[in-house]
Design a protein around this ligand. Structure first.
Ligand SMILES: [Zn+2]
Length: 318
C-alpha cells in the first residue's frame, strides 16, 4: 500500500461510516505530510455523481498514478463532457474494481503556472500536487480541486464548484487506524477490531470526565503505529483470565478474542490497552472488586467506563 492510497482509504472508510445522503463519497486533499494534523477533504455531492464498476481495474495492484491513468482511459471512452473520474481506494476488495465519476470542470495547466504554490515541486510526490491544485482552485473561487494527470509540463486538473463538492476537515486520528495499524490476526478478527475502533472514537469524543483519555486515544491513533496479536502469540501477560495485554509505552496489543462476547466489550479492552501504549498504568486489579481500590480510578480503568458507561466489575485482566 502506498502512503498516497492510505489517505484515500482512511477518508473513504471514515466517510462510509459517517455518511449523509447529500454526498456520495469523500476524497482527501492533503494539507501536509506531517502526522497528527487534520486532512482537508472534498465531499462529492450525490447529484450527478456515480460509483461505477469496471472489471479488471484492480486499483490495489496499480501504483496510484497508474490507477488514475487507467480510470481516465476507461472513462474517456464515455465522452461525458463536464465530468471527471478517479479510482476508489477502499479496504474491501469489492472496491478495487470501482471508480467514481462526477460533475466538475476539467482544466489543463502548465506546471510552471503553479510554481508559486509549490514549496517543493517534486513530480514524484502526488501529495505535493494535491495541495498546490487545491490552493489554485480556491484562489479561482472553486470549493476545491485535485490533480489527475501530469504529462511533461502539463497537468490536468478537476475543479469543483460549490454545487458539485463541499470542503470539510477530517481529523487524522479518526482515519489513520484504517491503514496505520498492523494486524497479526485473522481477517474476521481485524474487522471486529475496526468496529471496536469506530466505537472507541465515537464514544471517547463525548467522554468528558477525563480529557486525558481522549488525548491518549488521539495520540495512539494519530501517531503510534501498533500491532495486534492473538493472546496465544507470546503474550507477555500470560493467557490465564487475560482479556488483553499491552506493555507500557509499547507498540503491541494482545487480544483474547475467545472471551469477548460483544464489540462493546472488545472496545473496552482495546481502549484500556491503548492507555497502556500511551503510557498510563494502574495498580494490580483487586480480587474483591472493591470500587474504592485505586485500580478503578486509574486512567485505563476509567477509559473502559467511557465505553461501558458504568464502573467496571469482573475478574478478567486487561
Ligand atoms: Zn491494564
Amino acid at each position: 500500500m502506498y502512503d498516497y492510497q492510505k489517505a484515500f482509504i482512511g477518508v473513504y472508510e471514515y466517510f462510509e461510516k459517517n455518511k449523509s445522503s447529500d454526498f456520495l463519497v469523500a476524497i482527501p486533499i492533503i494539507e501536509d505530510s506531517l502526522e497528527g494534523i487534520k486532512t482537508r477533504v472534498l465531499k462529492i455531492k450525490t447529484d450527478g455523481a456515480e460509483i461505477i464498476s469496471h472489471e479488471g481495474l484492480n486499483t490495489d495492484l496499480s501504483s496510484p498514478q497508474l490507477a488514475f491513468r487507467n480510470v481516465i482511459d476507461i472513462f474517456s471512452q464515455k465522452n461525458l463532457q463536464g465530468y471527471g473520474a478517479i479510482p476508489i481506494f477502499g479496504l474491501d476488495p469489492s472496491m478495487y474494481n470501482k471508480y467514481i465519476q462526477f460533475k466538475c470542470t476539467v482544466q489543463m495547466l502548465k506546471v510552471g503556472d503553479l510554481v508559486g504554490n509549490l514549496n517543493s515541486p517534486d513530480i514524484e510526490n502526488p501529495l505535493v500536487w494535491y495541495k498546490a491544485i487545491d490552493t489554485y482552485a480556491r484562489e479561482k473561487g472553486f470549493s476545491g480541486g485535485i490533480p489527475v494527470l501530469i504529462n511533461e509540463g502539463d497537468i490536468t486538473i478537476y475543479l469543483f464548484s460549490p454545487d458539485q463538492a463541499e470542503p470539510d476537515i477530517f481529523n487524522n486520528y479518526e482515519i489513520n487506524h484504517y491503514t496505520n495499524i498492523s494486524y497479526k490476526v485473522s481477517i474476521d478478527q481485524q474487522k471486529l477490531l475496526m468496529q471496536a475502533h469506530e466505537l472507541i472514537l465515537s464514544k471517547s469524543s463525548s467522554c468528558n470526565s477525563h480529557p486525558e483519555i481522549l488525548l491518549a486515544v488521539k495520540g495512539v491513533y494519530g501517531q503510534t503505529q501498533f500491532t495486534y496479536h492473538d493472546i496465544n502469540d507470546k503474550c507477555p501477560c500470560g493467557t490465564e483470565n487475560v482479556l488483553g495485554c499491552a506493555r507500557l509505552g509499547g507498540h503491541d496489543i494482545w487480544i483474547n478474542f475467545q472471551d469477548h462476547d460483544t464489540i462493546e466489550m472488545l472496545a473496552e479492552t482495546v481502549i484500556h490497552e491503548q492507555m497502556h501504549i500511551y503510557g498510563y498504568d494502574h495498580p494490580d486489579q483487586p480480587e474483591n472488586e472493591d470500587l474504592s481500590d485505586p485500580f478503578y480510578s486509574s486512567i485505563p480503568a476509567l477509559a473502559e467506563i467511557c465505553i461501558r458507561g458504568t464502573s467496571g466489575l469482573g475478574t478478567y485482566i486487561r
